[in-house]
Design a protein around this ligand. Structure first.
Ligand SMILES: Nc1nc2c([nH]c(=O)n2[C@H]2C[C@H](O)[C@@H](COP(=O)(O)OP(=O)(O)OP(=O)(O)O)O2)c(=O)[nH]1
Length: 143
């Protein structure tokens, strides 16, 4: 079965020396509401993942970002994506804001900038935990 493509942004304060990660708390659907995630969403038919990520970040947070490297996940056949349940695969890129101040819209109930020591202070969606661990390792290397 082919997994539906999702993209996520690991938005940090500074791509070269990250000290904070932006986490967003979902408002919907009820099964996921309250859980924390990386901003992003589904890639639309005919859309490339990078375009989708820029679109989602603009829609959800009203900011423009510069993308850094991809944060590779274990699903190599799905473009180094991370599994989300059985149906989705999320490609993740590092990102930094180049225009705007993030404001959450109807998709979210809150956003937070987390230091490496605060990374697990929020209730990440279950499938995000391995991704956050990977991000944490990168923070600790460059911090
Ligand atoms: N965006 C995002 N989605 C995630 C993460 N972790 C995780 O399990 N998911 C799940 C939640 C959803 O089932 C799916 C992504 O869907 P979404 O609801 O964010 O996509 P979308 O913005 O395009 O929403 P919609 O138009 O379909 O309502 O992936 C994450 O870190 N970021």
């Amino acid at each position: 079965m082919t997994r539906r493509a999702v993209v996520g942004a690991a938005i940090v304060d500074d791509l070269r020396r990250p000290t904070r990660l932006l986490a967003a708390q979902r408002a919907e659907p009820s099964s996921l509401a309250g859980g924390w995630e990386l901003p992003g969403g589904k890639v639309e038919p005919g859309e490339g993942p990078i375009d989708a990520l820029h679109r989602e970040v603009q829609e959800e947070l009203d900011v423009r970002v510069r993308l850094g490297d991809q944060v590779p996940g274990p699903l190599t056949a799905a473009g180094a994506a991370w599994p989300l349940g059985a149906s989705y695969a999320m490609q993740v890129w590092w990102a930094e804001i180049i225009d705007g101040t993030p404001e959450f819209g109807p998709e979210h109930q809150a956003i937070r900038w987390l230091t490496p020591d605060e990374l697990y202070d929020v209730a990440w969606l279950t499938d995000d935990l391995p991704i956050v661990q990977r991000l944490e390792a990168a923070f600790r290397c460059t911090g």
